[in-house]
Write a new protein. Structure first.
Lengths: 220, 310
């Protein structure tokens, strides 16, 4: 369960949210659409515990301290944010996972066949050659990383915006399969990617309205 | 086309003026030295020093100072122009690339290039590039000038100098390999730093702080090792070449002194040679550093893509 109560957030003197409230039940799949700059990424970063609100309260899976919240979520961002390290390190981020778990993750993220073509497989270094990766490969590594953490809440911030149609479909398919029993908030500018979602919100200038019910959830 | 060639081509007028000024400055300086030698010769021979000679000498002193000033001044401007072409070229490449591919440019990589390759090339261009070309000119001109004056004495100077050049060729190659390895380490280290900053949200969410810290520590240690090696070898090679550089001078003093005593050459000619050998040996002794520096510079340039149009 995710709940924002009367949350205010601003960058320096640029206010993004002024008392926003928002609630997502456990296991629900929620989509958010809206023009760029309206605050979608900021909302996800707040829910991920990357930012602390100026006022109001954020409760994610029963936790409200930012550091605790971060443990409960896993995120795929717009850009893959890979590090100059091996594929394995990019997926596990240095944590110890059982080899079978990593195997499962690789299948779930749809990168098995690609990794099998690499001489060093999972230990291929992604430093200087990071630009030799295709956008799809890089983003699927990011997805593998998100799946590997296996948190109960999955936050997606336009995970396919840098990909072409075929790659986007492939990445989405991998994500949906994994997310079947998770709570999901998916920010996208392509509503067709939200089919089968429980609720779809549209965001405008830091305000959310529930498109599924046609009700404005919050108005300042 | 290599980036350096583009830089030179886009600023060809300035580069041409710099080169011409460098030649003129060197020539006037040498002619001035030549007249000083002549003056000593005249005094030694108790010959009459004409008014015209004094005026000529004074004129060349002034001319030499003026052209030296102009040379440095224009050299700085040209270097700055080339550095500017490089920076702007890189910036417009970034803009074009992201416009063409319709995707955001990789900020971490761009920042890393700006802080490393671009900054270093920039510094090299403005601080070193034209000083080096100037000194190389001086060396070559000095040698040509000496040949015109006295072939035997020039050979006495040149043969040990050429031997030193071979040593220098060896040491500079060895040094530049070490330097560019260290440079590569530094680039990797900075790249790791920048990428970590860029990917910081991911590092936080996936609790990768330990991993990043470890990776950066490893990079730092590795870079420090390379850097120490560079320092050690540079010191060794420079000390050796410093000692070797005295050899031509000693030989010149011995042979030249003997020739003066035997009346084969005049004192003024020896003084002229002593002055010029300084330019020559200085140019040759500095070659290892210059070649290493130039290699680093061109490696840096090869990593910077600049916009080739416009
Ligand atoms: N780090 C930041 N510093 C200052 N302003 C920011 C920052 N990040 C985003 N903003 C501003 O906050 C607003 C919302 O941004 P964002 O949440 O990224 O929007 P969206 O994801 O919907 O495109 C925008 O006006 C943006 O310019
Ligand atoms: Mg966004």
């Amino acid at each position: 369960m995710i709940e924002l109560r009367n949350v205010t957030y601003k960058y320096e003197d640029h206010p993004v949210f002024q008392g926003i409230s928002f609630r997502v039940e456990k296991g629900q799949k929620v989509g958010i659409v809206g023009e760029s700059g309206c605050g979608k990424s900021t909302l996800l970063k707040l829910i991920a515990g990357l930012y602390t609100p100026a006022s109001g309260e954020i409760i994610v899976a029963g936790k409200s301290a930012a550091a605790e919240i971060t443990k409960k979520v896993t995120v795929v961002m717009q850009s893959p944010m890979l590090l100059p390290m091996s594929i394995r390190e990019n997926i596990t981020m240095g944590h110890d996972y059982p080899e079978e778990w990593i195997d499962m993750v690789i299948d779930a993220a749809n990168i098995r066949s690609w990794i099998d073509t690499l001489d060093k497989g999972l230990d291929t270094y992604l430093g200087d050659r990071a630009d030799e990766l295709s956008g799809g490969q890089a983003q699927r590594i990011a997805i593998a990383r998100a799946i590997c953490k296996n948190a109960e809440i999955l936050l997606l911030d336009e995970p396919t915006s840098a990909l072409d149609g075929e790659n986007a479909a492939c990445v989405l398919e991998a994500l949906n399969r994994y997310a079947a029993d998770k709570t999901v908030i998916h920010v996208t500018h392509r509503p067709e990617h939200l089919s089968g979602y429980d609720r779809i919100f549209s965001m405008k200038a830091g305000k959310l309205s529930d498109e599924t019910a046609g009700v404005i959830i919050y108005e300042s | 086309m290599s980036v350096l060639r583009i830089l030179i081509k886009r600023n060809r007028i300035w580069v041409a003026i710099s080169i011409i000024l460098s030649l003129v400055a060197n020539l006037t300086n040498m002619i001035y030295m030549y007249y000083v030698g002549e003056l000593v010769n005249k005094i030694e021979e108790r010959a009459v020093v004409s008014m015209a000679f004094i005026v000529l000498l004074a004129a060349f002193i002034l001319l030499s100072v003026a052209t030296l000033f102009m040379n440095q001044y224009v050299g700085r401007i040209t270097a700055e122009k080339m550095a500017h072409t490089l920076r702007i070229g890189y910036a417009s490449k970034l803009i074009h690339r992201s416009a063409e591919q319709g995707k955001e440019c990789d900020t971490a990589a761009a920042m890393s290039v700006a802080q490393n390759e671009l900054a270093q090339s920039d510094g090299y261009l403005t601080n070193t590039f034209f000083d080096i070309t100037g000194m190389l000119f001086t060396g070559i001109l000095a040698m040509a000038f000496m040949f015109l004056q006295n072939v035997l004495l020039t050979l006495v100077l040149l043969i040990p100098t050429l031997l030193i050049l071979i040593y220098v060729g060896f040491s500079s190659r060895s040094l530049s390999t070490i330097v560019s390895a260290a440079q590569d380490e530094k680039r990797k280290m900075n790249q790791a730093g920048f990428t970590t900053v860029h990917a910081f949200p991911a590092v936080k969410i996936f609790e990768g702080e330990e991993l990043c810290k470890k990776a950066m520590d490893e990079r730092l240690v590795s870079w420090t090792k390379h850097q120490t090696k560079v320092g050690r070898f540079a010191a060794l090679y420079n000390t050796l070449s410093g000692i070797l550089s005295r050899v031509p001078l000693m030989l010149l003093l011995l042979a030249g002194g003997y020739m003066v005593i035997k009346g084969k050459i005049l004192m003024g000619t020896l003084i002229l040679f002593l002055n010029l050998q300084n330019s020559l040996t200085q140019a040759i002794m500095n070659l290892p550093n210059w070649i290493a520096g130039f290699k680093v510079f061109t490696t840096n340039l090869s990593r910077i893509e600049i916009e080739k149009r416009g």
